[in-house]
Design a protein around this ligand. Structure first.
Ligand code: FAD
Length: 347
């Protein structure tokens, strides 16, 4: 059977492993972090995400759609909160019954790793970091982090699912005809929480809550434990000029988000702003995404995007589906796929 090597066991890497496991390939996944299933606290990006139709279609292919969506909270509309702190209006996401789903990132990632591991042909190597790429030899160089041993791996396909700061993509940037651009937008984000009230959701759970305020906004997505994850997106200079100490933070929320302040609580608000700094948001574009007939970039490694459309993960999941259809079309023989062969043969 052909073999695929995947760098990165995040959302896209672990789903991609499920796809290749299903087609019977030998699969090796190398992940920089420890196994998140054994970690107490996982550092990283947003706590929950909006899963939409294109993401669900990919999950369906590997038999996970129903299980995953049942573990999330359906959102049928966008609920806009006006600055008066009282008025709201709803904008449906589609026809009655159509919805997106709020999903916990860590849980989703854990489920997909466990699903992939059910196949005997799949092996995960945690605490292994992609360090280098030998394009001409078709090799990836991994470092085993516990003893710094360098391991050379190869396969019929080598996939970079290693996120917005992809090491595989970095290796390609020294080659001619590989295009790359990156932009840090002026906005950063901070995550907050709304706790349950009397063991129930404190506000309507089945909508995407949005407090739009021109250059900045607040959003809230429900979690199945009846909490909400709240995210403030604002330009870094707004954080610096208006959210710099306890008093300014409470004043800012009182002025712009009075209803959200009631729900979050000023103690939690101040504690969070004392503890965390805003995280940056990067957008990455590069081309091509496949080269040398063997190397591929998927997910944020290929196209990291700002989160306002809620499409980064969904688009990365669709990458896995499109790749699978491409391999179906050439009956697993990559050399017969014009789509996978076209680029950068000079490598
Ligand atoms: P990642 O999730 O970054 O995973 C990459 C993996 O590779 C990680 O496990 C990392 O440890 C590993 N890795 C990195 N370097 C190496 C290396 N050298 N060697 C080995 N392993 C390595 N998208 C949506 O669709 N809906 C949303 O609602 C949404 N909300 C978002 C909110 C915020 C605040 C942000 C920041 C993003 C949001 N996104 C959303 C985008 C989404 O998070 C990303 O598109 C998605 O995580 C991409 O998955 P990935 O697997 O490509 O990358």
């Amino acid at each position: 059977m052909p073999k695929v090597v995947i760098a990165g066991a995040g959302l896209v890497g672990s789903l991609n492993a499920c796809f290749f496991a299903k087609r019977g390939w030998d699969v090796e996944v190398y992940e920089f972090r420890e196994d998140i299933r054994t970690m107490e606290h996982v550092q990283g990006r947003s706590i929950n995400l909006a899963l939409s139709f294109r993401g669900k279609a990919a999950l369906e292919y590997v038999g996970l759609k129903d299980y995953i969506t049942e573990q999330g909270v359906a959102m049928y509309a966008r609920m806009v909160h006006e600055p008066d702190g009282v008025t709201t209006n709803q904008q449906p996401y589609g026809h009655p019954g159509q919805h997106i789903v709020s999903i916990n990132r860590r849980h989703l990632n854990e489920v997909m790793i466990t699903q992939a591991e059910k196949f005997p042909t799949v092996k995960f190597f945690f605490e292994h970091k992609l360090r280098d790429t030998r394009i001409a030899e078709g090799q990836l160089i991994m470092e085993r982090l516990n003893d710094k041993e360098k391991i050379v791996v190869t396969g019929d396909l080598l996939c970079g699912c290693d996120g917005a700061y992809s090491a595989l993509r970095r290796s390609l940037m020294t080659y001619p005809r590989f295009n790359f651009s990156q932009e840090y937008i002026e906005h950063g984000y901070v995550e907050l929480n709304i706790l349950p009230k009397n063991n129930q959701f404190a506000i309507e759970p089945n909508v995407f809550h949005l407090w739009p305020r021109g250059s900045f906004c607040l959003i809230a997505l429900a979690n199945i434990d009846k909490t909400f994850t709240v995210t403030l997106f604002a330009p870094f200079n707004t954080f610096e000029e208006h959210l710099y100490d306890d008093t300014s933070v409470v004043q800012f929320f009182t002025k712009h988000f009075p209803d959200a302040l009631q729900l979050i609580g000023s103690t939690e608000l101040k504690a969070t702003f004392n503890r965390v700094r805003p995280s940056p948001l990067v957008s990455v574009k590069c081309a091509p995404h496949s080269f040398g007939g063997r190397f591929l970039l998927l997910g944020d490694a290929a196209h990291a995007m700002v989160p306002f459309f809620g499409q980064g993960m969904n688009c990365g999941f669709e990458d896995c589906l499109v790749l699978s259809e491409t391999l179906d079309a050439c009956n697993n023989d990559i050399s017969k796929s014009p789509r996978l062969q076209i680029y950068l043969h000079q490598f």
